[in-house]
Design a protein. Structure first.
Length: 435
């Protein structure tokens, strides 16, 4: 027997809107795509290009089950199996699964250290610009991709803001990549999943006062020919976007990702592929209501969008956590890339690596040797000191001894304990090396 709830005293409950129980367009409900287009305009374009007349076109948005799903679909329609995707190193390790497992793409690393005017120091901090792709590094990767696959690469994938580096590429770097891709007829995909997690709004140093993050959508639009009759942003056929709610809103379980393209030749195939990774109607309705909602403040004010209020508060929380980690790294003398976005800091632990064999330098060390030395340090950090960092070689970094610290994946108590353990590791390891 199946127990049935009593109807006594029950009131009718409205569970589903009528239109939500039927099949929906594979690319997403029109009202959600319109709301998402407006949200992306406010997040990616308006902050740096408020007077730009071009707007996101909802008809060119595809909403799918997470960023990895829409990224895989985008690469599937842009490339044939075996075609190369160029990715600057270090890069998010899961790209190697997302782009290879089913899409069958071949990943070619864009190494950058040897393509700048000065040499990478073997000790001390490595400046951010050493990690920036430029024409020289892109040309070199293009040639290697042709050698490896027998044909020209099809895609350049940029993580912007960058995972694992925790920094944004300067506008000049992005513009150079966009121009290079258009000249070479290579498709640029800008993965901007951390665009709402940029917590330092202005650059420092020589670029002081310049915005930290400028989206490829704004740069691609402002650097292409647009007209009054042009629909969308005027990106042309070679600039594309992926985004998701997983990071900025900590909503990875909802599985909501977005692809945007103004290449009309791939739009229909992209929509059809999305048939296999649609989001449920109820989730789409929930997300639409969330990004259209206004925040209710303590004083009753309802003039600000919830997304704006939430992102501002979240950025402050992330910045405070980042500052605490970087202060600890300063105290113990560990070099790092000063982070401005994302949820991580890129740390230089080369000092603590096992020694290299005689006559070997960082520049001449084999990949196998780098991986072995870094793994020993990784296991020591984890097993002896209880510190779990992502090793740089797993992200195809060009040097051993760099680690990504995800500083948000812990409670306050756990985070403080982690800092204590980090100080202990540095103190004890330096002491043992001096004996």
């Amino acid at each position: 027997n199946i127990a049935r709830p009593s109807n006594e005293g029950a009131a009718a409950v409205h569970v589903f809107d009528t239109e939500m129980i039927y099949y929906q367009p594979t690319q997403g409900v029109p009202t959600l795509r319109a709301a998402m287009a407006s949200y992306l305009q406010n997040l990616l374009v308006s902050p740096t290009h408020p007077d730009l007349p071009a707007k996101f076109d909802p008809e060119n948005l595809v909403v799918g089950a997470g960023c990895n799903a829409v990224l895989e679909n985008l690469c599937t329609v842009l490339a044939n199996p075996g075609d190369a995707v160029l990715i600057p190193t270090p890069y998010y390790a899961a790209f190697e699964f997302d782009l290879v497992a089913r899409a069958g793409c071949h990943i070619t690393s864009v190494t950058t250290f040897d393509h700048h005017n000065s040499k990478v120091p073997e000790s001390g901090a490595i400046r951010p610009e050493f990690y920036y792709p430029n024409r020289s590094s892109l040309d070199d990767a293009y040639a290697r991709a042709v050698e490896e696959t027998g044909r020209a690469p099809r895609v350049l994938l940029l993580s912007h803001p960058n995972n694992p580096l925790g920094i944004c590429y300067p506008p000049a770097v992005m513009e150079e990549c966009i121009a290079w891709c258009r000249e070479k007829e290579v498709h640029l995909i800008s993965d901007e999943i951390y665009a709402g997690s940029v917590y330092r709004k202005e650059r420092s140093g020589e670029e002081k006062g310049e915005p930290t993050f400028v989206s490829a959508m704004a740069l691609g639009s402002s650097s292409s020919d647009t007209s009054a009759t042009q629909k969308g942003l005027g990106l042309g056929p070679y600039v594309h976007l992926v985004y998701a709610l997983s990071k900025d809103f900590a909503l990875s379980g909802l599985r909501v990702g977005v692809a945007y393209t103004e290449n009309e030749e791939i739009l229909m195939p992209l929509q059809k592929l999305n048939d296999l990774c649609q989001i449920s109607s109820q989730t789409q309705l929930l997300v639409e209501r969330m990004i259209c909602a206004y925040a209710i403040k303590d004083d009753g004010d309802k003039s600000e969008k919830f997304t704006d209020v939430y992102l501002e508060a979240n950025q402050e929380n992330v910045r405070e956590r980042c500052d605490a980690l970087q202060s600890c790294l300063d105290d113990v003398g560990i070099p790092y890339l000063p982070a401005d976005s994302g949820l991580f800091v890129w740390m230089d632990f080369r000092e603590f690596l096992p020694v290299m064999s005689d006559g070997t330098t960082e520049a001449t060390e084999s990949v196998e040797s780098r991986e072995q030395r870094e793994r020993k340090l990784y296991l020591s950090l984890m097993k002896e000191f209880g510190l779990l960092f992502t090793p740089g070689m797993s992200m195809r970094n060009e040097r051993a001894g760099f680690f990504r610290c995800v500083f948000t994946a812990a409670s306050e108590e756990e985070f403080e304990l982690g800092l204590v353990r980090l100080r202990k590791f540095v103190k004890e390891t330096r002491r043992s090396k001096s004996i």
